[in-house]
Design a protein around this ligand. Structure first.
Ligand code: NAP
Length: 274
């Protein structure tokens, strides 16, 4: 795993549990890569004969530009979170497993009645969610609330062909939540250690029956998810997305089914000990 910082990731524990269960003689390590050093880091992995890598903040877009082959999901998002290397080291394949990982985490809630979704935030995770919605629920209305209108405009340009994108001013996010069936929180607001923060001030914007997800998994629940649960919403934290994106990365590297349950248990345990 390469990123900056990567110290707090639970992916190594999750992958180690999976390798054990699959009987694979493999290792997965965190490598903090200093800003400006991504190319050197990837060349190093290639030279050392690594099979692949996960890429995290802030390198998902820069890594995308280094790939020689890209999957459809990676192209849609314009970023990669998973790299695979050829045994002769001539190619760098790029994939984005956040797209299918997110969809797998929510798909059981996707009744045909889902027509309006509110996304909070317009960064990399929001792009992965939009790509999944474009693939699985094309044409639905997606209201994006973000503090930078130009970030929403870029998303509307990239995904407007597949989804009915409606920009929402950050100050109007509660109004947008009120009129949505799904709400997906894609900002770092409320993430450890800022556990008392929430994008929502008046929790009465939530309605019983709504599905509300926060992509954050530390803490769980976030203040935001607690507010939604109190109003009778079905809520989910980001752990299932983490597990599902990791399981897909592992399958893509090995060609084998990944043991999601063992990965889920290992991630939960690792989070408890952080
Ligand atoms: P990102 O690319 O940095 O985007 C963050 C977004 O949140 C941007 O739109 C940013 O706005 C907005 N934002 C940040 N602080 C804000 C604030 N105080 N008020 C209003 N908006 C704010 O990050 P990302 O990769 O999308 O990640 C977002 C969250 O999702 C993180 O908490 C990350 O841990 C989580 N995540 C979870 C998973 C999982 O597997 N569960 C996967 C990916 C990401 P500006 O552009 O204006 O700064």
């Amino acid at each position: 795993m390469i990123g900056w910082p990567v110290e707090h990731s639970v992916s190594p524990e999750m992958m180690k549990a999976a390798f054990q269960q699959m009987g694979l003689d493999a290792a997965y390590m965190r490598f903090p890569v200093r800003p400006g050093s991504l190319e050197a880091a990837v060349s190093g992995l290639l030279a050392l004969g690594a099979s692949g890598a996960n890429v995290t903040i802030p390198y998902k877009q820069e890594a995308y530009r280094m790939c020689t082959e890209l999957t459809e999901e990676a192209r849609l998002v314009g970023a990669v979170n998973t790299l695979r290397f050829d045994s002769d080291r001539s190619a760098i394949y790029g994939h984005n497993t956040d797209v299918a990982g997110w969809w797998e985490s929510v798909r059981q809630y996707a009744a045909p009645t889902v027509q309006r979704v509110t996304l909070l935030g317009a960064g990399g995770a929001a792009r992965a969610v939009l790509a999944a919605l474009a693939l699985h629920l094309p044409g639905i209305r997606v209201q994006i609330a973000a503090r930078r209108t130009e970030a929403i405009r870029t998303l509307a340009e990239d995904f407007g062909e597949y989804l009915d994108i409606v920009p929402v001013a950050w100050t109007d996010l509660e109004k947008s939540i009120e009129h949505s069936q799904w709400v997906v929180q894609c900002t770092p607001i409320g993430m450890w250690p800022n556990v008392d923060d929430s994008p929502v001030t008046d929790a009465r914007c939530f309605r019983s029956g709504q599905f509300v997800q926060d992509l954050i998994y530390r803490p769980s629940p976030t203040k935001f998810l607690g507010q939604a649960a109190e109003q009778g919403c079905r809520v989910q934290d980001g752990l299932e997305m983490l597990v599902q994106q990791g399981a897909r990365a592992l399958s893509w590297w090995t060609g084998q089914a990944a043991p999601a349950e063992a990965m889920r248990v290992a991630a939960r345990n690792a989070l408890r000990h952080l």
